[in-house]
Ligand binder design. Structure first.
Ligand code: SAM
Length: 259
């Protein structure tokens, strides 16, 4: 059945079998693990994920794909037709007795951040592999002192070890998108960093990057600057520093000093 790609759903179907296989091979799962695929489309990646013999749940928004995708269902594979962002994941996944969750998705760029925010608190989340716009992958895996480094990157570093895996040419897709893509992996940290007050850390990170051109001091006017200054000095950073020069570790030191 020929499916006309819907732009509004970010439908660029991946056609290159070697790339599909490489993405599937980038995660290693056990029999009792659960893979969640977001946006299976016509099932191109789904078939490789099924070969892993783990539990598999796929969320697809486009009901036109029902006839194709329903054929993929087995006693270990379930396709759910709903908006992933509205899904109660833990509730839906109760159908399987899984141990760890692995998320994998080729997703439209405009839902990358909402997806990350929707899954970040899943207790059994082990890793997440995303095929995204190359620019987004660069931003999410950026290091301090680079242009791409931002509050989301710091926030993600708190939860994950982030690995930029490989680039994917736009010609691997049909229809061919305007931009290049890349595959990025987020591996959940076994132990989260020691932070006295998590909410304070997240608020600090947000406020620090509020106005990108401004110095940290300007963005953090409502905080006890003397305490922040002491941490900056200990890390050989000037008072005139900007948020993008601070690693997650320094943000944590500041948040703990303020707690
Ligand atoms: N995985 C397939 C592939 O690699 O060829 C399709 C990828 S296509 C870029 C993105 C898929 O995500 C589409 O099938 C689209 O319908 C689906 N999608 C978009 N937004 C979604 C959402 N909020 N929840 C679930 N699926 C969604």
């Amino acid at each position: 059945m020929e499916i006309k790609a819907k732009k509004s759903l970010g439908q660029n179907f991946l056609q290159d079998e070697s790339v599909l296989k490489k993405i599937a091979d980038s995660i290693t799962t056990e029999k009792n693990d659960l893979i969640i695929e977001i946006g299976p489309g016509t099932g191109a990646l789904t078939k490789y994920l099924k070969e892993k013999d783990s539990f598999l749940i796929c969320y697809e928004l486009d009901e036109r794909l029902k006839a194709i995708l329903k054929k993929e269902e087995t006693d270990k594979t379930k396709i759910i037709f709903k908006d992933f962002l509205q899904a109660n994941i833990e509730e839906d996944c109760k159908i399987f007795p899984y141990e760890n969750i692995y998320i994998i998705a080729n997703i439209p760029y405009y839902i990358t951040t909402p997806i990350i925010k929707h899954i970040i608190h899943l207790k059994k989340l082990k890793s997440m592999t995303l095929l995204v716009q190359k620019e987004v992958a660069e931003r999410l895996s950026a290091s301090p002192k680079t242009k791409a480094y931002g509050s989301l990157t710091v926030y993600l570093n708190y939860y994950f070890n982030i690995h930029y895996l490989f680039d994917v040419s736009k010609f691997a897709f049909n229809p061919v998108p305007k931009v290049e893509s890349a595959v990025i992996n987020f591996e959940r940290k076994e132990k989260l960093p020691d932070v006295k007050k998590e909410e304070l850390l997240f608020k600090l990170i947000n406020d620090a990057f509020k106005m990108k051109r401004k110095t940290l001091k300007n963005n953090l006017k409502d905080y006890d600057w003397n305490k922040i200054k002491t941490v900056l000095e200990q890390n050989d950073l000037l008072e005139t520093t900007r948020a993008e020069e601070l690693s997650l570790e320094v943000f944590i030191e500041i948040a703990n000093a303020l707690s």
